[in-house]
Ligand binder design. Structure first.
Ligand SMILES: Cc1ncc(COP(=O)(O)O)c(C=O)c1O
Length: 398
């Protein structure tokens, strides 16, 4: 029987619907108490002191980077990123006013090759921004050692890594700040949205200002927009603090409707994570038999992968192309997405940086030969078996 395996799904709880109905009734929709509740719960869930909600994962990366201007960074300074990621990682570096320094990836992990990081460090390097691609934690011990050795900030792009654990510690707590996407394809979603986690309350305060145009008004009560009548700091500067703009800001707030969806997702988090993880680990195990033609990532004993999606990479030995595989799976009703591409050499938007095809062979290989499919909570064991059978059938045919 033909099944449909969509790439993503969204769980909207009854509680979320109730909150949203109340919000619509009240007309009080922009960032407020539900955003704050979502932030508090997200911080507890990751294990950081602070979480600052913004309007996308891209904004989360860009704002986290922009914080560094207040800690010695200059516009145009360099941020080290893997060549392979969703282009949002590179876009955010440029949007924040920095220059990305790309490093090739390790084809086995899909993550930045830590042994190549030191090659690109210059006097202008300010931070390393590893991406935990497909929820697989980057090699944070080595990366952290390099960051310490060169006095660099370490920021995690954890957009795809909700629930990932590295050597007993949660992803999202492994650097100075971490940026998550809450877009609909991700494990916890607010439909559109992002969030930065950090233990540093100075960073958190700057982030609250950055997301709201760089306002001086960034303490919790003002963030809730409840302070106007009685805030003791409001006229501290002889003028209304809400209209003092201390830094170049962004317009990147989360709204209450999004937070309401996110609160419902946090209620379901353990269930969603367990379902997705069961699916991913089952598929990873079963896919071992396809290894010589179709590889995927491996789970190491010291980690838990954030079950974002299942990557598949067509190997050199295969007698079929990535497009043929995509066609084969799509015909069976299985949604596919490419496994991104080498930002500097395969995404035309980055051409102006002057890299050339061949500079990042591993990232480019994935860009030409990788896909990923969903492992979400609405796929059951029957769905997983259907995926395995479809791949097996395709491989036997070709
Ligand atoms: C690795 C990575 N970084 C950043 C982002 C940007 O997130 P958003 O789409 O919420 O802006 C994504 C999006 O999925 C991503 O996969």
């Amino acid at each position: 029987m033909r099944m449909k395996i969509p790439f993503g799904t969204i769980s909207v709880t009854e509680k979320s619907k109730k909150i949203i109905a109340g919000l619509l009734e009240s007309n009080r929709l922009s960032s407020g108490k539900y955003v704050r509740e979502f932030e508090k719960r997200f911080a507890i869930h990751v294990g950081t002191k602070e979480a600052i909600a913004v309007s996308s994962g891209t904004d989360a990366v860009a704002l986290a980077l922009a914080v560094l201007y207040e800690f010695g960074a200059k516009r145009g300074d360099e941020i080290i990123v893997p060549a392979l990621s969703f282009p949002a990682t590179g876009n955010a570096v440029l949007q924040a006013g920095f220059t990305p320094s790309f490093v090739d990836i390790d084809r086995k992990t899909l993550n930045i090759d830590p042994l190549k990081i030191e090659d690109v460090i210059t006097e202008k390097t300010k931070a390393i921004l590893p991406v935990h691609l497909m929820g697989k934690p980057a090699d944070m011990d080595i990366i952290n050692d390099i960051a310490k050795k060169y006095n660099l900030y370490l920021l995690e792009d954890a957009a795809e890594a909700h629930g990932a654990v590295y050597r007993g510690r949660n992803v999202g707590t492994l650097g100075d700040m971490a940026a998550y996407s809450l877009y609909i394809a991700h494990i916890i979603t607010t439909v559109e949205g992002g969030i930065v986690t950090t233990d540093n309350s100075d960073f958190a305060e700057i982030l609250r200002s950055l997301r709201s145009h760089g306002r001086a008004c960034k303490c919790e009560s003002c963030v809730l927009n409840t302070a106007s009548a009685y805030c003791t700091k409001r006229f501290k500067y002889d003028t209304d603090i809400r209209f003092v703009f201390e830094r170049i800001g962004f317009s990147a707030k989360m709204n209450e409707l999004e937070a309401a969806i996110g609160i419902g997702n946090l209620d379901l988090y353990d269930e969603i994570l367990q379902k997705r993880r069961e699916n991913l680990y089952y598929l990873l195990e079963e896919f071992k038999k396809f290894h010589s033609y179709l590889s995927t990532i491996e789970k190491e004993p010291y980690e838990e992968i954030g079950p974002h999606a299942l990557p598949m990479i067509v190997q050199e030995e295969a007698k079929f192309t990535r497009d043929q595989l995509v066609n084969g799976l799509e015909k069976k009703g299985i949604d596919t997405r490419t496994l991104f591409s080498s930002m500097p050499t395969q995404c035309p938007g980055f051409n102006f940086l002057g890299y050339k095809e061949g500079d990042f062979p591993n990232a480019e290989y994935i860009g030409n030969n990788g896909i990923h499919i969903g492992v979400h909570q609405d796929i059951d064991r029957k769905g997983c078996d259907y995926i395995i059978d479809a791949v097996e059938e395709f491989l036997l045919k070709d």
